[in-house]
Design a protein. Sequence first.
Length: 149
Amino acid sequence: MRATVQRVSEASVTVEGRVVGAIGQGLLVYLGVAVDDGPADVQYMLDKISNLRIFVDDAGKMNRSVQDIGGGVLVISAFALQADARKGRRPSFDAAARPELARQLYEQLCDELARIGLTVERGMFRAHMDVASVNDGPICILLDSKKQF
């Protein structure tokens, strides 16, 4: 499972002209599920996303998590994070999970983030989404549950 986690002042996702999810200060998370992902990968992402200390404290140091600041999390399913573009010019998406598994693990992660008390907004799975955000910093962190980078 891979994620791009962005610290944002605000973010929203629109589908067919309708806003389906929006947050103020918090994290915009693009999530890509791989063919071999399972519950352990969800737990890894849950821990990393909820505890990632990328918000500034009173001393100006990145020392607070999204939980610490009471921020929101907008999670967008993004199979393209599993793309392999090392050969040629057209990326391969062979590593991306089939939609049924991807949806199940995406929903599970969102549910778990909400279960620990975070405000969670979601994109619309398998829809064309327009995502708007105001990146704060910008701070963008790459996560991989298989620890490939």
